[in-house]
Write a protein that binds this ligand. Structure first.
Ligand code: ZN
Length: 242
């Protein structure tokens, strides 16, 4: 069984299409939010994602902010500028879809959220301390999160109960034997100095998790960002992945 896990698409349709074609067929698709914001193709990304078969999707902080449902004071200057420009670009249909997304989805095995189990939209899980506090915030074996734009895995060591953090390299599968918080990295704006689009594949039968990275046509997206009047910083950062 193959479940494609994507997050932080950030209105980058070129990266999204490259990921979907690289991933090929899957049994289900889980999207962990931030479909829009930063990039030029918000409406197109939402249209593409909402039509994917067997989709589960939660909303992220940018989805919330572009709908006008969050205080822009929590974003830095260029991020809030991008949100204001993006908001004007969104169709009513896109906004309605983003508003309809839940903050959290829970099944027998997994919890899906954008930020963290205890603070689904806003909290970043970057270190073992924050991860450890969050393991009591969900009841399933696994939680999948986005938000940091980093392909990190946090697992509980069964011998001592300590939480361990690993940065997941593409092509190195992780066999999950304990509770874990897993992040697929970002499709549309990676921040680990690797500009390639990032996604994860989860197999609940073999309990394996693997990150994949895929190159895409970055200059074409940068040009659309500039043309749309979005902050130039968000074009520049795509080349280096920060
Ligand atoms: Zn994001």
């Amino acid at each position: 069984m193959k479940i494609l896990v994507i997050s932080d698409i950030h209105a980058n349709l070129t990266a999204l299409e490259s990921v979907l074609s690289d991933a090929g067929n899957s049994d289900a698709i889980w999207c962990l939010g931030d479909l829009v914001g930063y990039g030029p193709d918000g409406n197109e990304c939402v249209s593409r994602i909402r039509e994917l078969p067997n989709l589960l999707c939660v909303r992220g902080n940018h989805d919330l902010a572009i709908c006008g449902d969050a205080d822009l004071g929590v974003f830095n200057h260029e991020a809030s500028e991008a949100i204001l420009v993006s908001r004007r670009m969104m169709t009513p249909d896109t906004l309605q879809y983003l508003r309809s997304l839940p903050e959290k989805l829970v099944s027998d095995l997994v919890t899906l959220i954008h930020g963290s189990p205890r603070n689904p939209v806003w909290e970043y899980i970057l270190d073992t301390g924050i991860a450890a506090e969050n393991f009591s915030g969900f009841n399933t074996q696994l939680a999948f999160v986005g938000h940091s734009h980093l392909p990190l895995a946090f697992t509980v060591n069964p011998a001592n109960g300590f939480v361990e953090r690993s940065y997941r390299l593409a092509g190195v599968p992780l066999t999950i034997t304990t509770r874990a918080i897993l992040n697929p990295g970002s499709v549309g704006q990676p921040r680990d100095n690797d500009p390639r689009a990032s996604y994860g594949v989860f197999d609940p039968e073999s309990m394996t998790w693997e990150i994949h990275r895929v190159p895409y046509d970055i200059p074409s997206v940068q040009q659309r960002i500039i043309n749309a009047g979005l902050p130039e910083k968000h074009a520049r950062r795509l080349s280096a992945g920060w």
